[in-house]
Design a protein around this ligand. Structure first.
Ligand code: MOS
Length: 758
């Protein structure tokens, strides 16, 4: 495969699906037109722990139009439970009478209309025996379990004396920070609800559902229903936000499939916003302990980071962010530990930069505390501990432009105007604070397949089961194919979001840009090769008898550097009416069966933090100004400057949106968001978008994004690093650091609100 990374250096391109989205033509899963659907409504538990002794369904069944009611009594374990986000066990729903958490699905009502299903669901009475639940950390009955600090599940590793070495270095150091931090539970709240529509045609099942993994959903539901995956089709042409919440299979899907089968009629479920808080996953609350020590000139001598994360009773899912934080700065001793705390809660899961968002809050806050302890500028402290070598593995970073990100963002932000003394800067009634923090995220790439055809008229069709979760996938794929085939972006038609198309990995871990572009370029190269070989063999071609390797595609023609060209309308018909190729790509370092595994819905991934040749991360720096009102203690964020070096940027338009959305969400993580869990009942309190605080336009006046040019030839052939998650990482710490600078008050628990500054 010959790939020229230059083809992907992006020109700003508007979204190819933009018009469809803003005019309502884009079909989200529950918009698909299905003939004669019945409607489902979920009944969820109003206790967090206990069991169901029975139901009174009389009033519900009397509602006109009610067709079926599924409970553990009527269906039980006809469906296998889905795996948790880590592939391990998770809570069950209708399989048994057990209640594991607040808001668990305990019944599904199906009726002729949405209104009848909703009315009947409200009339179902569940008789339950409640037990006192453990809501979170410190609750009686919450069980702490030490786990391996890496991504893999298993027992906590022997730390080979690292903890002892770090403790000794810490004890001996002249300057140190020893602090505890905490982050709250958070929910993704994508605007598209957690809908599912299932339709059977004989033994063939079609599932319309917003998902981040078309082929994974297909395989998982087949396993749950014990049917052939070849009989399951998943469709999800557009996804209205995902952020990790559609990365794992949840219980609802198989139940809706079963309901449709029992009824012999399609069933559509559109759950409520409140139900979205408990039937899907979330970011669990964490507690963290960080110890840093340094020499008087700011060289780290030890890093210690331990985390505690809440999970459900049966699941040991964890984000284990110490795997990331331990790689950030050079230090002779690094020790980490992770614990999960089992409570009577639903199983958490992936949420935008699952590991880095909570854990970088702690690390980057502690680095800022260390800078004050050293009386050193926090940028200079990071420079003193910058490294081109992964401190854990000893491998080189594929590229690392952390300090250029800091320097360019600091310059634009005018960091030099900062008086480092806390509570020293004022503008009238406002106390002004400047803060900064590091951002980073590993670069992942997986196997992928694609089908591309080209017509004599010079139009290309690209098909793959990739996911448009708002990131701009239709556009990045169109740009890539257009550049590789020498066509205009408007001449490329992209079809995604259907498991009838070749598989790509889950749209998680910021891998999809890298995974999809590499296979698209490979397919385009195959098209070029076939056209060129047919041309050199054809007597009527100007290239007859030439070397096919010297021919390239541009401007709708096959060309030679000497200026000769032949339009596609002549070159394509030689290969048949329409030239179609299918290509597969397996990234370096993955086994030969990676594609076969992907077809089974099991994605193998080349991960930036577990490669054998390099450690591959993207880097960035956030700068933020906060203003704290001297009387009311209201906290405002008037401006943000963030710089990122994330390899080749395919489309600066959508990239900027990703970075900016991430930065804004980071402000949200710092100042706004928290799911409130009642400590006695373990029920979620603010399950709506009025009480679950998120920033609106007035909360975020100015966000400037700097894209630091970076051409990384080691991360992958096209130099594409993912950007979906890095934007949010570290922003919560930058805000907390700015709050400290404004007020002199160090707040180590998120979210930070006015009452904490009184
Ligand atoms: Mo993302 S949280 O890896 O879907």
């Amino acid at each position: 495969m010959t790939i020229d990374p230059a083809i992907l250096i992006g020109t700003p391109t508007p979204r190819v699906d933009g018009v469809a989205k803003v005019t309502g033509a884009a079909r989200y899963a529950s918009d698909e037109q299905i003939a004669n659907p019945a409607f489902a409504c979920l009944v969820t538990s109003d206790i967090a722990r206990g069991h169901i002794t029975g139901f009174d369904l009389t009033a519900a069944k009397a509602v006109p139009g009610v067709l079926d009611i599924l409970t553990f009594e009527t269906v039980g374990n006809q469906v296998k439970s889905p795996p948790g986000p880590d592939g391990g066990p998770t809570t069950t729903t209708l399989e048994s009478n057990r209640i594991w958490h607040d808001g668990q699905i305990i019944a599904v009502v199906v009726a002729d209309t949405f209104e009848a299903a909703t009315e009947a669901a409200g009339k179902i009475r569940a008789n339950t025996v409640a037990e006192p639940p453990s809501a979170s950390f410190d609750a009686p009955g919450a069980e702490v379990q030490a786990v391996a600090p890496g991504r893999a599940s298993g027992p906590a590793e022997d730390d080979h004396g690292k903890r002892k070495a770090a403790a000794a270095a810490f004890a001996a150091a002249p300057v140190k920070v020893d602090a505890h931090y905490a982050t709250p539970p958070q929910h993704h709240n994508p605007i598209e609800l957690f809908t599912t529509t299932c339709a059977w045609d004989g033994k063939q099942l079609t599932i319309y559902e917003p998902t981040q993994f078309m082929w994974g959903l297909k395989a998982a539901i087949a396993r749950q229903l014990a049917i052939d995956p070849a009989d399951v089709r998943t469709v999800s042409r557009f996804v209205g936000g995902a952020f990790g919440s559609r990365g794992s299979v949840t219980a609802r899907t198989a139940w809706i499939a079963l309901a449709a089968k029992r009824l012999g009629r399609p069933v559509k479920l559109v759950p409520t916003r409140a139900q979205g808080f408990t039937i899907a996953t979330y970011r669990a609350e964490t507690r963290q302990h960080v110890r840093l020590s340094a020499t008087a000139d700011g060289k780290l001598t030890s890093v210690f980071h331990e985390g505690w994360e809440v999970t459900s009773r049966p699941s040991s899912y964890k984000v284990a962010g110490v795997e990331a934080t331990s790689r950030l700065y050079a230090s002779p001793t690094i020790a980490t530990a992770v614990n999960v705390v089992h409570a009577d809660r639903s199983t958490p899961g992936f949420m935008r930069a699952p590991a880095e968002v909570p854990y970088m809050f702690a690390l980057e806050s502690a680095i800022d505390e260390l800078a004050y302890a050293l009386n050193m500028d926090p940028i200079e402290l990071r420079r003193a501990n910058d490294t081109q070598t992964d401190p854990v593995s000893g491998l080189p970073f594929s590229s690392r432009l952390l300090m250029p990100c800091f320097d360019q963002a600091a310059d634009k932000f005018e960091w030099r105007r900062r008086n480092p003394k806390p509570a020293s800067m004022r503008d009238g009634v406002w106390q002004v604070g400047y803060g900064c923090a590091t951002s980073f995220y590993p670069n992942n790439i997986g196997p992928a397949a694609a089908r591309i055809s080209i017509t004599p008229g010079g139009r290309a069709h690209v098909s793959m089961a990739a996911h448009e979760i708002g990131t701009g996938a239709y556009t990045t794929i169109a740009i890539t194919a257009a550049q590789a085939l020498g066509l205009a972006v408007s001449d490329v038609i992209v079809q995604l979001g259907d498991s009838e198309l070749p598989p790509v990995p889950p749209a998680g871990g910021s891998n999809n840009a890298a995974s999809t572009t590499h296979v698209v370029v490979k397919a385009c190269e195959e098209i070029r090769r076939r056209l060129a070989e047919a041309a050199v063999q054809a007597k009527d071609s100007p290239f007859h008898g030439g070397d096919p390797a010297t021919l390239s595609l541009s401007g709708g023609a096959l060309r030679h550097a000497n200026g000769q060209s032949e339009p596609l309308r002549k070159a394509v018909p030689r290969t048949g009416a329409r030239l179609e190729v299918y290509a597969e790509n397996i990234p370096a370092g993955l086994s030969a069966d990676a594609l076969a595994r992907l077809y089974e819905g099991r994605p193998l991934m080349s991960r930036g933090d577990s490669r054998k040749d390099v450690t591959a991360y993207a880097f960035g720096a956030h700068f933020v100004e906060v203003r704290v009102h001297s009387v009311t203690r209201q906290i405002r964020v008037p401006r943000v400057v963030s710089a990122f070096a994330s390899g080749n940027i395919i489309n600066p338009v959508t990239a900027r949106s990703q970075y900016m959305g991430g930065a804004i969400w980071g402000i949200s993580s710092a100042l706004h968001e928290a799911t409130e869990v009642d400590p006695v009942s373990a029920r979620l309190i603010n399950t709506n978008l009025a009480d679950y605080m998120v920033p609106v336009n007035a909360d975020v006046p100015s966000v400037e994004i700097i894209m630091v040019p970076e051409h990384d030839t080691r991360v992958n052939p096209l130099g594409v690093k993912g950007i979906g998650e890095i934007g949010i990482v570290g922003m919560n710490a930058a805000v907390a650091n700015a709050v400290f600078h404004a007020t002199g008050k160090r707040l180590r628990e998120l979210p930070i609100r006015a009452e904490h500054l009184l």
